[in-house]
Design a protein around this ligand. Sequence first.
Ligand SMILES: [Cu+2]
Length: 158
Amino acid sequence: MNKVIVAAVALAGLGLSSVALADGAGKGKQSFGKPFTMNGAAMPIGDVLAKAASYEGKTVKVTGLVTQVCQAKGCWFEVAPAEKQKGVRIKSADYSIFVPKDCAGRTATIEGTFKVTTLTEAQAKHLAEDAAKAGQKAPEVKGPVQEFQLAATAVELN
Ligand SMILES: [Cu+2]
């Protein structure tokens, strides 16, 4: 039963991401999810991460560099102040946002709810494997990992 569901979700994800890839070929502006509801400029993600505890559970509008993307389905991506810096993992609040798998290096603006969470070693491993490109080895993961997450409702890629 589980396998059937996973296969169905994977197929749905493939369909959606191939549409997104076709749209994203020119790397213009792309929007995903619902419209933004917060007016005003997005905060640099570094400002939020520097005071992570005070943003726990809050809805924020942030911007940063896409540093990693789920290579399985594009169902999550990571946004950081700069390459090789700790960032925040962005997932859609209701698993409805799939971004192009090649969007690393682009600037993203996201609205969503921020939280600090702890991944089990198994979860962290799974996500590291998702991020590894075909033929690449996932980085090793040991023990639980603290991470920042954003449950996104609106995403814009530039
Ligand atoms: Cu994924």
